[in-house]
Design a protein around this ligand. Sequence first.
Ligand code: FAD
Length: 472
Amino acid sequence: MPLPSLTAKAAFERADYPVVVVGAGQAGLSISYLLKQQGIEHLVLEKRQVGFAWREQRWDTFCLVTPNWQCTLPGFPYDGTDPEGFMLKDEIVDYLARYCQAFAPPVVEGIGVERITQDADGRYSVYTAQGMVRAGQVVIATGGYQTPVLPAMAAAIPPEIEQVHSVDYKNPASLPPGEVMVVGTGQSGCQLAEDLHLAGRRVHLCVGEAPRVARRYRGQDVVAWLDQMGYYDLPVDKHPLGAGVREKTNHYVTGRDGGHDIDLRQFALEGMQLYGRLTDIRDGNAYFDERLAEYLDGADAVSESIKTGIDKFIGERGIDAPEEARYVPVWRPEQAVTEQAFAGITTVIWCIGFRSDYDWIQVPVFDAKGYPKHDRGVTPAAGLYFLGLPWQYSWGSGRFSGVARDAQFLLDAIVQHVRQPGDGGGITASSVSGRPGESMGTGVGKRTETGTAAADGGRLDGVPRNNARVSA
Ligand SMILES: Cc1cc2nc3c(=O)[nH]c(=O)nc-3n(C[C@H](O)[C@H](O)[C@H](O)COP(=O)(O)OP(=O)(O)OC[C@H]3O[C@@H](n4cnc5c(N)ncnc54)[C@H](O)[C@@H]3O)c2cc1C
């Protein structure tokens, strides 16, 4: 379906915008929706296409891992017939396209922002190959998974072996015939290994420390239990790991075929070759550490500990939920395999995460590792914000479930900024409604709340954080 989209000519006819949003994935669209509702003029610049990551950077059988009911974009919660299900890739693309149809965001596709600077007057210059616009405020919504990581050891892989990153994998048939080594067991690695395994490919899987979670337990999806337990409202600063949780690999599980656990031990029983972490590649061989058993036990321990928490919750609340037997390992490695020749392996798929890339934002809001200093997306540079970062505020921040809450928070900050004496930000106070922190109702789902920087102490702590690398 054709998306409502501005032409570059129309967008650049105007030299100055109150707000520029960079990126038109779900995060950029969410803040655009709220700005539009509030009557705040803005421009959304998208390097490629609306929803590009879902369109082009997911494999053919991709589906959400999170249930559809968690898709609660502002003003556009999931409206299909299968709230407990998991949208397929094309359905996700369609969901975002229909969102655009519904509110016609002022987005220009095919225009990447190449540089952003803050000028002496506090406003921003946003440079693109098509021209420059100035902005009173800027929201960076370029996603949490930016530059695919390839390790230095990739260079030692024999040249006849094809190498792809998970963002470029499409389907088993797109790879050369032969065995496939999948490196990494975050969500992408496990799901790609399953995709190839189900297609009858022999898979060599390099396992790491990623945790896993059961799909269902005691009568419902574990996500539903965690939701009831308030986990998705837990702010990052109350998490036991604090900001460190941002560096943690996601738990593996799948929504495929209605959703099920991913049990690597079961895959091993069915012929998948499991190894520990890939440590080196030389002379046509791959080398692994000896900790496969430990990694498998660790993933199971996390999954079982989540179930223990659910049991406790059920017990405390007196909830009538069916009993369910705990997981019993179906396979254990007898001896760690620490070396494997590449003979027979024709493809290596790297599923080891992404690196952030913010060199183009020439505003001093980054820590030594290049991660933006922010509090709930509000940076120390007045009027510059981030949206959609993993664990920006809560578990759902970098996902469909929490982006609405974060966008609402930023909207309040944007409105607040406009109201500061001497800083019009290009918006007149009359064009926004309500008092600071009292934004309009947005039709956002029940899990969304409003807040203001002031209400939360307006903390801009600038604590150095390391999120240079994340796994999906
Ligand atoms: C493999 C994988 C599986 C996932 N599964 C789930 C799931 O099941 N459920 C869930 O809720 N979440 C999931 N996520 C997390 C999250 O929902 C997605 O990463 C989602 O794409 C994030 O949306 P976003 O808008 O923040 O970023 P993106 O979708 O990445 O959008 C950012 C946009 O910014 C554009 N852009 C980048 N740089 C520039 C620039 N300089 N100028 C202009 N435009 C630019 C890009 O082209 C892109 O369109 C998954 C993520 C991955 C990687």
